[in-house]
Design a protein around this ligand. Sequence first.
Ligand SMILES: Nc1ncnc2c1ncn2[C@@H]1O[C@H](COP(=O)(O)OP(=O)(O)O)[C@@H](O)[C@H]1O
Ligand SMILES: N[C@@H](CCOP(=O)(O)O)C(=O)O
Length: 318
Amino acid sequence: MAVYTHLGAEDLARLMEHYDVGRLVSFKGIAEGVSNSNWLLETTQGRFILTMYERRIETADLPFFLGLLDHLSAGGCPVPRTIHDRDGAAWRMVDGKAVALIEFLPGLSPSAPTPGQARAVGSALAQIHLAARDFPQSRTSTLEPGDTLDILKQCGAAALGTIDPDLPPILETGEAIVHEWPRALPRSIIHSDLFPDNVLMLGDRVTGMIDFYFACTGSMAYDLAVTHAAWCFDGTGARCDRALGRALIEGYETLRPLGHDERAALPLLAEGACLRFIASRAQDWLDTPDDALVHRKDPMDFVRRLEFYRASGQSAFA
Ligand SMILES: Nc1ncnc2c1ncn2[C@@H]1O[C@H](COP(=O)(O)OP(=O)(O)O)[C@@H](O)[C@H]1O
Ligand SMILES: N[C@@H](CCOP(=O)(O)O)C(=O)O
């Protein structure tokens, strides 16, 4: 479910009058996504996405997120640009909530990625890392391993055990990850959540990277590790497809070869990436009532991935 707020035809038509995008012809709410409300709008000039920011996103961060989309798009990356209103503003307020109108990009999110698609995504990720280097704004990550371990500690071992009896030991593993975490790797602006459902593709071509609402200043190799964990396993995290992993990293290195320090850190970075998704999923799981119409994502899918990275070390990326 990803339309939390009701906006009727008249509300949307009135809103569109503030933009130079023609007249509203049709619209529909988009079911995918969990954080924001999204509508697909069709006007006499084309298609657009309207996003209303509902959860987790601070209005104070919008200049960073929306400015980043415009910067990357202007730099030739497959990222939607924002449509500014007639006063030049990238977002407006509707009923006390911020909304932004965003370019619609064609494409489908792959549910069973191929090595060709993984290679293209690796290369697109490197492209945004390079293009973001001269983006003048920065944003501190709120999901470093220390932060995510704190989230798990706040959940508490007892509550984690109600999700799965094998979950509480993650608290101890998390301490080890925080202790060993590398702090001096090359940085840029990173996406931090480049799962297949945040990439639009036509065949082997990336047509869109979306949902930059976890983007922040961070280690580029960490972003590659997040993308490895997100793309290269079956749904439950029980099996890693090493061919996909190889293709992803090869694709990345066509534009930005990894340094020795980055390559050496990949297993630990991937463990940190898993810790981050275990924490947010566990928190959401415990915060979501049993009868809510939301599909809860299972933190154990990333516990299995973490165990794989811990057991395999460098060979996971060979
Ligand atoms: N620029 C875009 N072009 C085409 N479709 C988009 C665009 N932005 C979002 N979408 C569609 O909306 C869905 C939800 O968007 P997303 O930003 O991932 O929401 P959430 O932040 O709630 O996860 C996506 O899965 C995609 O289908
Ligand atoms: N990719 C994360 C969930 C983040 O939610 P999103 O809908 O904003 O992409 C996960 O799989 O846990």
